[in-house]
Design a protein around this ligand. Structure first.
Ligand code: DC
Length: 224
């Protein structure tokens, strides 16, 4: 049977990863979080004192030294940076902004997109990111653009960070999110953008279960 691919794109905090994990489990797909790959590259730059915008060319020169792998343990994606599991430490606000910066660099994108396409070739996936439907998997079977108002997204992300014990104000999270939205949607190469053939789902007024239901029913209807 042919491998199925579902592309989920949208801005930070729209709920792509939490929703995709449930959808993956329900439909027996592999969930691929591509943002984690950009985060791992940003972590490498930060740990090695490099500018995440590559102003001096140091990050680009080091790309060959960065090896990114993903593996699945109990159905959860784990990401490895040069052999070390960095799944937990890539979730800080500093790495989030750094990831948005490294994601503007074509050299980084080309390296990671190759890996993403390899993964989708081997199995049925639900892949989330910013450019999956427009660039990584332009022939994906199903394309969803998931969004919500920036205030709703910041509120959800703030709650998540507080629950994890990160001390940060709602205003800081909102400002970071606005900066990342702008950075992600205005970059020259493969920016955040709804694909022409993607369905738009706005979860501002939905809770988590309603968002999952909406997406599951859209996928089931369109996979027939
Ligand atoms: O989904 P996330 O918040 O973990 O992504 C982190 C950053 O990586 C985000 O600001 C934009 C970038 N990104 C991207 O440019 N393309 C992707 N396919 C996934 C993420």
């Amino acid at each position: 049977m042919k491998n199925i691919s579902v592309a989920i794109d949208g801005p930070a905090g729209a709920g792509k990863s939490t929703i995709s994990k449930v959808v993956a489990k329900t439909l027996g797909l592999i969930y691929v979080d591509t943002g984690a790959m950009y985060r791992a590259v940003a972590l490498y730059a930060i740990q090695n004192g490099m500018d995440t915008k590559n102003a001096d060319g140091a990050l680009e020169k080091s790309l060959d030294k960065i090896s990114i792998d993903i593996a699945y343990q109990d159905g959860e994606q784990h990401i490895f940076l040069n052999g070390e599991d960095v799944s937990g430490i890539i979730r800080t606000p500093e790495v989030s902004m750094g990831a948005s910066n490294v994601a503007t660099l074509p050299c980084v994108r080309l390296k990671l997109v190759e890996l993403q396409r390899e993964i989708a070739k081997k199995q049925s996936v639900i892949m989330d990111g910013r450019d999956i439907g427009t660039y990584v998997l332009p022939s994906a079977d199903i394309k969803i653009f998931l969004t919500a108002s920036v205030e709703a997204r910041a509120k959800r992300r703030h709650k998540e960070l507080i629950e994890k014990g990160t001390s940060v104000s709602y205003e800081e999270v909102l400002l970071d999110m606005q900066k990342r939205d702008l950075n992600d949607s205005t970059r020259a190469f493969a920016p955040l953008k709804q694909a022409d053939d993607a369905v738009l789902i706005d979860t501002t007024e939905y809770d988590f279960d309603a968002s999952v239901d909406k997406i599951l029913s859209h996928i089931k209807e369109n996979m027939k």
